[in-house]
Design a protein around this ligand. Sequence first.
Ligand code: ADP
Length: 482
Amino acid sequence: MKLAAKLIYILVLGIITVLAFNGYFTVRHDIEIFKTDMKQNAHLLGRAMKGSVTNVWLTSGQKRALKLISEVNESAQRLYIRFVWLNASPDDPYSPRIPREKLNIVIQGQEVSFNKRYKDGTGYLYTYVPIKIDLNRPGALEISQSLFRLDEYAHNAVVRILVMSVTLLLLSGVAVLLLGFGMIGRPLHSLVGKIRRIGEGDLSEPLHLQGSGEFSELATALNTMCEQINDAQGKVRKETTARIAAIEQLRHADRLKTVGGLASGIAHELGTPLNVVSGRAALIASGNLPETEVVESATIIKTQSERMTAIIRHLLNFARRHSPKKTIVDLQQVMLQTINLMAPLAEKQKTRLCFAGEDITAMVKVDSGQIQQVLTNLIVNALQSMPDGGKIEVGIRPEGNKDSGKEYFCVYILDEGVGIQEKNMQHLFEPFFTTKETGKGTGLGLSIAYDIIQEHGGWIEVKSTLGAGSCFSVYLPREVEQ
Ligand code: ADP
């Protein structure tokens, strides 16, 4: 049941209960007064008759006295008087209507009244007034009054209370419809609708309720709250946009820094094919070559040019700023491309950068440019940790997470570098944390990598032994086939 209806029904039930109790007690009280009145009338009449009946009986005899009683009965209304012998047996015409044993108190000279109900439902009030005529035989006047009018009054009163309650119930039904739903139900419904819309994130359309009651105050408060949330959301949106732009700029700067490092390696890498190209071109230009060798030299020039184009394209691809876009790719391929891109730099530093681990297909939904940036950063760090060269192993393996039940792929970069001091471990992913000399490190690489991997629903783990090397593991969720 709706709140409005509940409130009104409770109110109406309360009123009906109070009215019913009030009616019940009023009727009882009226009946008591009615009975007392009847008794008093009977007693007054009995006492008035007592003297004259005794006189007539003693002076003119029983017959005359009984005649007097029947004359009074003819003129009396709603009362009937009889002379009774209190100790007469039940079949005696002068026996009282109330059993003898109850009338001892009358024998002792007291007046008394009794109610008696017969099987047909009729009831009578019997009043006994003692008369002393015969010393051996106690007599009394028995005045009977029908309880019919009293019963009729009680019956009518009960019917009246019932009719009143039912009418009140019907009226309350109408009140629930008209007043309840109009004054409580409708505004409450509007408020609930508004709150539901707020819950769904719709802050538009302020709610206007008529009047100046609590409901309209609540509506005004809700409208103000919506405006405040709207303002706050606007601010958060602005700040978020500014933050994303700043992060993007930082990421791009970080990429360009890596490009700088890579460029020197690539320049070295381009040196060999360029020498080959210029040597072969010089041979062709000399015009002394037989035709077959000209073709061979031209083919070599073509192959070397293509190699150089590929190297430069890789570098450009890496350096270019692009908006993040997730696609389903093979993580192993992204990893191999990064190894290829980094190979010249590694070679320059006398480091072997090799692919280790299983050859698997690792489908993930990622922005491959961003993942390449993460892996490049980790490999550059590994290279920088090995100033005297050595070996870097990059591998990939499937990994299940017991807690979430999800499946991941783990790309790890294992170096033989200087390792990380225990005290630095907790600061590694903080922006601008670096142990490198000025100009070499910005301290942004790992914090950006952390952000990117977290955005992809993954995480990074580090293990390191001082003097022996470090292992960085990047976890990314496996793309579940739909
Ligand atoms: P940067 O390389 O510019 O210093 P990073 O955020 O990439 O910034 O790295 C932060 C610090 O973490 C480095 O200065 C270095 O001390 C430490 N570090 C990162 N990778 C390695 C690694 N493979 N071996 C040893 N130390 C590392």
